[in-house]
Design a binder for this molecule. Structure first.
Ligand code: TLP
Length: 345
């Protein structure tokens, strides 16, 4: 029997577990646009409880959650300050411009971690010549910066000072549970100062579909309207939310395994000739490694890996990303390392 494919392209690729499928089968449903889906309501209430917020809103995807929050918190013609490699700027189809009519004001920061002194010079209040700042956005963990984690004091300092300047702060917490595990602090602690938080059920937590926005009642009421504008009123969405509920309860306690596997991969990769990676930088479940020393293009390596049953995407001509998750165990990681060594030597 051929070995199963080791899919390290993303933590979005996980398949629903047996418990999730059972919960989906058994889910009580209603029309969620009328707020009558008991399973969606239960998921939203539980998310709000875990994050210590007033309310939650189930959305189709992380992208929908981020873009909904940005729309609620900004006005056309403003700027959003964010890190240069963030998801809202690089992977959300220019929706900040298309939908909210705002301009990303990007700042490059080491490891994707902004600090207040980096942000402060870019904040513009009312001005006759330049667009006003409307929002600050942070990403934790930072995907393109290699799953790096915001130190709590740095994130809190940014939010406190932004508030003092009259600015809201949105958190793209697609992988905030990974940050929570890496720091040993609860997600409520990591996010309590933010005006809005988006987190994904469909990444490391393992659900097939869905993300949540959490925040104040007032913010979530506005977000409901924007979600509807985006076509995100899903009706009997309880069949999906049921899987999300299982992910929210069962996902977080096992994320440390993915972090250990990512570290293990990085340590193994560092020993392969021509590959450059710093295992000490791997803080969660994402790693990027440089393949330029192998003499092969990242795309070519990715193709050769795929032919041998290991999937990992090139993120640029000399870099490959690997993401660990619940459908890849330690043996899978060992095999990925073996195959990679064969492919490049
Ligand atoms: N990230 C995906 C791709 O879009 C790159 C991945 O494979 O990592 N915020 C962050 C930090 C994300 O990494 C992602 C997805 C999203 C938002 C968007 O979530 P979805 O895919 O549910 O819209």
């Amino acid at each position: 029997m051929p070995s199963p494919v080791i899919d390290l392209r993303s933590d979005t690729v996980t398949k629903p577990s047996a418990a999730m499928r059972r919960a989906m089968h058994d889910a009580e449903v209603g029309d969620d646009v009328y707020r009558e889906d008991p399973t969606v309501n239960r998921l939203q209430d539980r998310a709000a409880e875990i994050f210590g917020c007033e309310a939650g809103l189930y959305v189709v995807s992380g992208t929908m959650g981020n873009q909904t929050a940005i729309k609620v918190l900004t006005r056309h013609g403003q700027e959003v300050i964010c890190e240069e490699r963030c998801h809202i700027y690089n992977f959300e189809m220019a929706m900040v411009a298309v939908f909210s009519g705002v301009l990303p004001r990007t700042i490059r920061a080491a490891d994707g971690i902004l600090t207040w002194p980096m942000i402060a010079p870019y904040i513009r209040a009312r001005n006759d010549h330049r667009a006003r700042t409307g929002l600050i956005e942070l990403e934790n963990t930072s995907n393109l910066a290699g799953g790096s984690v915001y130190p709590l004091e740095i994130a809190n300092d940014i939010v406190d000072r932004a508030h003092a300047a009259g600015l809201p702060v949105h958190l793209d917490g697609a992988r905030i549970f990974n940050a929570s595990v890496a720091l040993g602090r609860s997600v409520a602690e990591l996010t309590k100062k933010f005006d809005s938080v988006m987190f994904c059920l469909s990444k490391g937590l393992g659900a097939p579909v869905g993300s949540l926005l959490v925040g104040s009642k007032e913010f979530i009421e506005e977000a409901r309207i924007v979600r509807k504008m985006l076509g995100g009123g899903m009706r009997q969405a309880g069949v999906l939310a049921a899987a999300g509920f299982v992910a929210l309860e069962e996902g977080p306690p096992r994320l440390h395994i993915d972090h250990a596997n990512a570290k293990f991969l990085a340590q193994g990769l560092a020993e392969i000739p021509g590959i450059k990676v710093d295992p000490s930088k791997v803080a969660s479940n994402i790693l990027f490694f440089d393949v330029s020393g192998t003499g092969l293009a990242a795309q070519e390596i990715s193709k050769r890996l795929a032919a041998r049953g290991v999937l990992a995407n090139a993120s640029d001509p000399q870099t490959i990303r690997m993401v660990t998750h619940l459908d890849v165990d330690r043996r899978g990681c060992e095999r990925a390392l073996r195959v990679l060594r064969e492919v490049v030597t």
